[in-house]
Ligand binder design. Structure first.
Ligand code: BG6
Length: 461
């Protein structure tokens, strides 16, 4: 296990919301030994005490469930360093120390190439690891270029392209349910499954993240990484093991099997929109274009939907719909697997059987199966639902991400070719959207999202 962690961008939103609480969780669970050293580097001209004061406030806000003394232990052990990420001498002095180091680039994606180049010049101790957040690049070309920069100075096994969704236990439960049971895998194909919806609809709005989000948008923030990763887990062939090679090879197969979207497909099968002013619960929400730090000229979408098909023996004929939006009226974060109707119902006119839907609740967790059964009057069909609950996870997703980095377990991080394949899938969408071929619709904050203006692709059964 590596016992030195350096976070560049340590005064940013990612660090405040996720990394510091994750470290507190790891400390609480006893994963960080006494030798563990944390260096937090940022652009702010702060003293150590100023950083610690800020970090303590962030932990109060975002990591309140962890014991106070362990939160304090993280804060007081952190050493703050002001750094210019483009200056090799400064970076070298921050990463200097005994043995290998894990370097976490909690930076806006646009800074990755410069940061990677500086790290190369500064020199990393042998055995070190480098962690990059998503989105990895801005398109296929920039992802390829970033991969080249990384390959010039670190082996692929030392690169952790993070997708924290893969570390969610609710997401891993997709694999658990599919692969540890007899009942699902035989019907896990297009003969039985009409449609899979992968949805991450949030009530959450921009939450002060314009610096990162504006110009990135929902397609690159959510679909290109998190939702395509979920698609991989749903659609992959059973891997031999969950080791990094077997798992990632099978995920890449899925991405490579996505049928390339033509321009006509993009018009029919994708939607983009951004939120107008509205109310979510008792909160008044300004229009996205009026949020602080937003440049309306970027025409950033806060809602993206893409419909895909896979050209493979198993999946040809099933529709995969990926959707994510911000500032919606209700959270809906799930994978819904919709089965085809039964071939024959021997019940006369006594009701309709609804198609079976298996829902993997991602947040909150849960597994439900919509069924049809017989009601209290014989032969009357009624809806039934089976539900299962899981216990809370031992670690938050970012806790697992950090632990995997420190332990050198790359199975849940994205391999270089996988990142490129993901961009490949969406390249036709990016190009048609940038030419405004698909209208940027609007929806009121607090609503269900944009109305279906375009002709959606035919929905099966
Ligand atoms: C992040 C996205 O990666 O995931 C956010 O940048 C999104 O826009 C978030 O809100 C959702 O994940 P979580 O773990 O915060 O619920």
């Amino acid at each position: 296990m590596i016992d030195r962690l350096v976070i560049f961008g340590a005064t940013g939103d990612l660090s405040a919301r996720y990394l510091l609480p994750a470290l507190a969780a790891l400390r609480t669970a006893g994963h960080l030994g006494d030798r563990f050293q944390l260096t937090c580097a940022g652009r702010q001209d702060w003293h150590n005490e100023q950083f610690q004061h800020w970090a303590a406030a962030q932990l109060d806000r975002h990591g309140g469930s962890w014991p106070t003394d362990l939160r304090e232990a993280i804060v007081t052990s952190a050493r703050y360093r002001r750094v210019d990420i483009t200056d090799p001498a400064q970076v070298a002095s921050v990463i200097a120390g005994d043995g290998p180091v894990a370097v976490y680039l909690a930076l806006p994606p646009a800074l990755f190439p410069a940061a990677v180049t500086t790290l190369h010049q500064a020199g990393l101790p042998p055995g070190s690891r480098i962690v990059l957040e998503k989105p990895f690049g801005e398109d296929l070309d920039s992802a390829e270029e970033l991969n080249r920069l990384l390959a010039d100075f670190v082996p692929e096994q030392a690169v952790f392209r993070v997708d924290h969704f893969l570390a969610m236990t609710t997401v891993q439960n997709v694999l658990g349910s599919r692969l540890a049971n007899r009942v699902l895998e035989p019907i896990w194909n297009s003969a039985h499954i009409a449609e899979v919806e992968i949805v991450w609809d949030e009530c959450l709005t921009l939450e002060g993240r314009a610096g990162y989000y504006d110009g990135v948008g929902a397609l690159k923030d959510m679909v290109q990484n998190h939702l395509l990763q979920l698609l991989c887990l749903v659609a992959m062939e059973p891997p031999i093991s969950l080791g990094e090679r077997d798992l990632r090879d099978r995920k890449v197969d899925v991405l490579r099997s996505v049928r390339a979207l033509t321009e006509k497909d993009v018009l029919r099968r994708t939607r983009r929109a951004r939120y107008k002013a509205g109310r979510i619960g008792d909160r008044t929400v300004p229009a996205y274009a009026d949020e602080e730090g937003v440049d309306p000229g970027h025409r950033t979408e806060t809602f993206a939907e893409v419909e895909l098909e896979l050209d493979s023996w198993r999946w040809s004929g099933t529709i995969f719909r990926l959707r994510s939006g911000k500032a919606l009226g209700n959270d809906r974060k799930e994978i819904a697997v919709r089965f085809r109707p039964v071939p024959h119902l021997p019940f006369g006119h006594s009701g309709q059987a609804r198609p079976n839907v298996l829902r993997f609740g991602l947040d909150p967790e849960g597994l439900t199966l919509d069924l049809t059964g017989i009601g209290s009057r014989a032969q009357t069909l009624v809806p039934l639902t089976l539900t299962a609950q899981m216990g809370p996870p031992d670690l938050p997703a970012y806790g697992q991400v950090l632990l995997d980095v420190l332990n050198g377990n790359a199975a849940l991080s994205i391999r270089g070719d996988e990142a490129e394949e993901s961009w490949q899938v969406l390249t036709p969408v990016l190009s048609a959207w940038s030419e405004d071929l698909v209208p940027l619709q609007e929806y009121p904050a607090g609503s269900d999202g944009p109305t279906l203006q375009q002709q959606p692709a035919p929905r099966l059964a």
